[in-house]
Design a protein around this ligand. Structure first.
Ligand SMILES: Cc1ncc(COP(=O)(O)O)c(C=O)c1O
Length: 444
């Protein structure tokens, strides 16, 4: 694999990948990965010069787009000074990263525990909640994704949990999703009231004195970008207070501008969790990083009690420098405000206009640069578009130069926070053409 830039081609990189690289979540023999050479902003290129608009933000993490020059420069500068240092040391880059993160957290949060990614952030938040309460059980939604390590994967509600159920004390409940309501609800208010009643009954039936935490995404992401109805998060907070349960909000996907706010929890007036987990957008994924933002209540507890957790790369200087530069660049360039505006004025209206035109669109929902387009073969029955149709949708987008994010029967429209109105218009035109083809072939 000692080939130089000149000799690299799509064919060579693809062949070497298939020979030597074992991929996530896949039947290895069925893989056909897209080859990517380089990127800038919302665009990527392969070795043959083909351009793609990245409307996936990879795994919904490149919130500032690809190769932001200020972040690349900060990583290089940190590499010149100190590339690695043990977590037990005091380090300026780490202090600054913690300070920047606390600067966007709600009042009452005073420390950050750094991890390598989102899953281990949730692992450690669960560990903190169990130690603080002396209780064992953790409640989370069936419609969630929290990561792929021991406890986090079992806290995950979707099907990836099933082959991994070896961690203890995890219980699931249904969170609100009006379009496919579990509660026969007719409107948002009913969905909210019934989902909260269901959660109360799960707590009572599981025994509140044994429940350490409720873990939930501020806006469930991979499970379908379902913004909770008004009052739901306030209701969950009230249940946590009533039963002495720690509320953990997972901001791994929804945080750092994705919903048009620094943290998605800002959409829920009066709701402050006890622990907040983050990763992805905190540094746009340029260097692996995540963590737990810890409220004063839990910090005080650990002031004189041992915290039995740690990671070799907790607070890694390259990751820390990239966090500082990312948050500074987002502030300087008004990216969070831009994400809110482009969502409200361009992306949301554009997707709703597509829904008027294409019967395969069952529902459009979202905020900022975080949208789901639910695709159905029949609008009345809400039958999901089959996997062949979703594969055709993906192929149609790729062929026209757009990298889509597809989950189950949904197209997730999740560009970087600094995507331009022109790029959104280009993407909408591609979706329009592809939906016309797929609709003609699969609508009933
Ligand atoms: C909400 C949420 N939590 C946790 C994770 C896990 O993060 P990571 O893959 O960085 O471990 C993800 C990943 O997609 C996520 O979306």
């Amino acid at each position: 694999m000692a080939d130089t830039q000149q000799t690299l081609s799509n064919a060579l990189v693809h062949r070497q990948d298939r020979e030597h690289v074992f991929h996530s979540w896949s039947v290895q023999g069925a893989l056909n990965p897209v080859v990517i050479k380089s990127g800038s902003g919302s665009r990527l290129w392969d070795y043959d010069g083909k351009e793609y608009l990245d409307f996936s933000s990879q795994l919904v993490n490149t919130n500032i787009g690809h190769q932001h020059p200020k972040v690349v420069a900060a990583i290089k500068a940190q590499a010149d000074e100190l590339t690695t240092i043990a977590p037990s040391t005091a380090n300026h880059a780490r202090n600054q990263a913690a300070e920047r993160i606390l600067g966007i957290a709600p009042q009452g949060f005073s420390k950050v525990f750094f991890t390598n990614a989102g899953a281990d952030a949730n692992e450690n938040a669960i560990r903190m909640a169990r130690l603080y309460t002396g209780r064992d059980k953790v409640l989370s939604s069936y419609r969630s994704y929290h990561g792929n390590t021991g406890a986090a994967i079992v806290a995950t509600g979707d099907a990836r949990r099933v082959p991994n159920e070896y961690a203890r004390g995890h219980v699931h409940f249904f969170s609100p999703y009006l379009y496919r309501s579990e509660f026969w609800a007719a409107d948002e208010a009913q969905e909210c009231e019934r989902a909260l009643h269901h959660l109360r009954r799960v707590i009572e039936s599981e025994g509140p004195q044994g429940i350490a935490a409720i873990l939930l995404e501020s806006v469930p992401g991979t499970a379908g970008i379902m913004v909770p109805p008004k009052g739901y998060m306030q209701g969950v907070r009230a249940l946590c207070d009533e039963f002495g349960i720690i509320m953990i909000m997972d901001e791994v996907m929804s945080g750092f501008g994705r919903t048009g706010k620094w943290l998605a929890l800002e959409h829920y007036e009066g709701v402050t969790p006890d622990l907040i987990t983050f990763a992805k957008g905190v540094n746009s994924g340029y260097i692996p990083a995540g963590g737990v933002i810890i409220s004063d209540k839990l910090n005080q507890y650990f002031d004189d009690k041992m915290f039995p957790g740690g990671l070799t790369y907790s607070g890694h200087p390259l990751a820390m420098a990239s966090i500082v530069a990312t948050i500074d660049a987002m502030r300087e360039e008004g990216m969070v405000e831009h994400a809110a505006k482009i969502g409200a004025e361009v992306l949301g209206p554009g997707l709703r206009a597509l829904a008027e035109k294409h019967a395969v669109i069952g529902e459009v929902r979202g905020l900022g640069v975080f949208w789901a387009v639910e695709l159905v073969s029949n609008r009345d029955s809400r039958e999901k578009l089959p996997v062949e149709a979703m594969n055709a949708l993906k192929a149609g987008c790729m062929q026209r130069g757009l990298l889509p994010f597809i989950a189950d029967n949904r197209l997730h429209v999740v560009p970087p926070c600094n995507v331009s109105a022109e790029e959104v218009a280009q993407a909408l035109a591609i979706y329009d053409a592809v939906l016309a083809e797929v609709g003609a072939a699969y609508a009933k």
